[in-house]
Design a protein around this ligand. Sequence first.
Ligand code: NAG
Length: 245
Amino acid sequence: MRSYLHINHFLTIKLIFLSLITNCVFCEDLCTKFDVSVTQKIENEGFHRELKWIVEISSNIIEKMNEAECKINMRLDLPYGMFVNPDEIADLNRNKKICGLIEGEVNIEAPLHEATEHKINIFIGVENVTEKISVDLPVHLRYQRAQITGGFGKVQLNKPWLLVNCTKKTRICGDAQKIPAPCSLVEHNKTCLWKNMTYQALFENVEVFVPIGDLDDYPLVSIVSLLLGCSGCVYILSILSTAPL
Ligand SMILES: *[C@@H]1O[C@H](CO)[C@@H](O)[C@H](O)[C@H]1NC(C)=O
């Protein structure tokens, strides 16, 4: 009787121990940290800019992502003051410089106060995810209404989202929110559920400055008012000097 109890006890302890081990194996093996960082640079001045991102992915994540056949969609929500040109994106797609899909209507003529919203999905690592992926995206700033106060308007640039979609089950940590977005450039009518991953942004939120359109008239206006002012002075002075003292 006693030995039977003893064995029973032993079995329970063994079971608990086993489950602990398997759980730990689970947490270490099934989950790899999504170790990805992004840098951002904005090149050029004025109305036509180039956004340059470099996405760096740690090698253990690459392995997991390629195993699970993952693709990445870098999705940028364009602020009202900025747009991507559909013709230009089509050209870049044709030349395989980018794999970009615009969502929403883009009116390239519209000034800021008449603009509608649009997004661009940039599919990266389409065939294979690699350690360092650079993405260059030309963007354009919209004309803004003239203001009396200043020569520049501000546009707040959004951070891109990094969406990940895998064919097979992944072992990447975190329960990211799932977001519907187009599956790929080819299957642009099909919606996939993408995981919105948290990444390390090695840049700050930035504002871009844009010259305000109607300022072209400004020099003319100031010269005319200066001349008017001067001729007024001359006139008054001439009256004063000819007047009898
Ligand atoms: C997706 O993730 C980004 C951070 O990378 C965050 O700013 C954004 O709000 C998220 N979107 C949704 C719909 O959760």
